[in-house]
Ligand binder design. Structure first.
Ligand SMILES: NC(=O)C1=CN([C@@H]2O[C@H](COP(=O)(O)OP(=O)(O)OC[C@H]3O[C@@H](n4cnc5c(N)ncnc54)[C@H](OP(=O)(O)O)[C@@H]3O)[C@@H](O)[C@H]2O)C=CC1
Ligand SMILES: O=C(CO)COP(=O)(O)O
Length: 320
């Protein structure tokens, strides 16, 4: 099946590079100028510098051209997914849509597949998520991801179509677990970056990763997810990657918060909106999510790291 990628950012470009090892791939940018530059340079200098675009990767700013493919990967930031779908819904009809974003929508509290089904109820959709940095995928380094799809047969077909020699896909039907694991790990990564940036040590980071994982499980399981999904690539796997590497933008934002520095607001950091969305949702569900709450407070500058740690350490003692 032919593949098109919507969104020529770091991840969309990396996936297009990787998949073009299987056959031709169309990569769509909303900007004609950006598409022209990528075609001329055979590189995405603004979002993924240093990796050549293979000949089989065709760059376009023409939505009808990319939408001619059977499988469309949606590689745009979570908070933009709805507007992209609204703008191009007629072009996406009868396509297999694979959301590649990680987050929870701020206004609705739902994840990428929820957004797709709210706008296109008949769409056949899946989610691609898990531990991977765009540069690693683009350079052909070994990577394993999760393909989540409620429809088992479609999930199998997409798993085969989107696996490459270096990109190995596992599949699950637990879309809720995959959506919430991938979204919440970014919030925990901001928390972990903050404590490292503030010089509070590796032990504090390990505590936040573990208790953050407990928050991920708590919310996802109440929403119907399987615990095993949270323990898999889309949950624990991505948590491990994002909370320990300064290649992660979420972790780097945390580092700057911890150091009292400012972060470039043009960079995509999914955990910012997701922390707020999840905190609101947790309150409505009556769930305790103290680390998420602390991240919301830090981002809003209502809390310092010292306050946040004091709050977390003084919570009532309980069983693990
Ligand atoms: N980078 C990574 O390593 C990974 C990223 N992801 C996920 O992929 C998703 C995208 O991230 P990433 O590619 O890194 O982000 P980038 O910031 O690199 O790129 C975002 C892309 O989306 C485009 N875009 C934004 N809004 C719209 C819109 N309304 N219509 C059309 N295009 C739009 C941008 O276009 P423009 O340049 O014109 O603004 C840009 O090309 C995120 O959810 C992220 O969590 C997942 C795994 C790894
Ligand atoms: O999702 C990612 C790794 O799996 C990328 O992380 P960042 O969005 O924090 O850069």
């Amino acid at each position: 099946m032919s593949v098109g990628v919507i969104g020529a950012g770091a991840f969309g470009t990396a996936l297009a590079i990787s998949l073009s090892r299987n056959g031709p791939v169309d990569l769509w940018s909303r900007s004609e100028t950006h598409a022209n530059a990528m075609r001329a340079d055979r590189e995405n200098r603004s979002r993924l510098p240093g990796v050549a675009l293979p000949d089989a990767l065709r760059v376009t700013s023409d939505i009808t051209r990319v939408a001619g493919n059977r499988i469309l990967l949606l590689a745009v930031p979570m908070q933009q997914l709805r507007s992209v779908l609204q703008a191009h819904a007629p072009d996406f009809r009868d396509r297999f849509l694979v959301a590649c974003c990680k987050g929870i929508e701020l206004d609705s509290g739902i994840g990428p597949l929820g957004v797709i089904s709210s706008l296109l109820p008949a769409a056949r959709a899946a989610l691609l998520t898990g531990p991977s940095f765009a540069h690693d995928i683009a350079r052909g380094l070994p990577t394993a991801l999760t393909l989540a799809c409620k429809d088992g047969d479609l999930g199998k077909a997409l798993q085969h179509e989107l696996t490459t020699a270096n990109l190995r896909l596992y599949r699950t039907r637990d879309v809720t677990g995959a959506e919430f694991g991938g979204a919440l790990k970014n919030v925990v990564a901001i928390a972990c970056g903050s404590v490292i940036g503030a010089g509070l040590g590796e032990s504090a980071r390990a505590a936040l990763m573990t208790r953050g994982y407990a928050e991920m499980r708590r919310m996802a399981i109440v929403l119907g997810a399987e615990p095993e999904t949270l323990a898999g690539l889309s949950g624990f796997g991505d948590l491990a990657l994002t909370c320990t590497s300064d290649l992660s933008r979420n972790y780097r934002l945390g580092l700057t918060l911890g150091r009292g520095e400012t972060f470039d607001s043009s960079v995509t950091v999914e955990g910012v909106a997701t922390a707020r969305a999840v905190a609101t949702k947790a309150a409505a569900m009556g769930l305790e999510m103290p680390i998420t709450q602390s991240v919301v407070g830090l981002l809003a500058k209502e809390l310092t790291i010292t306050d946040a740690m004091a709050d977390l350490l003084s919570r009532p003692l309980k069983e693990e």
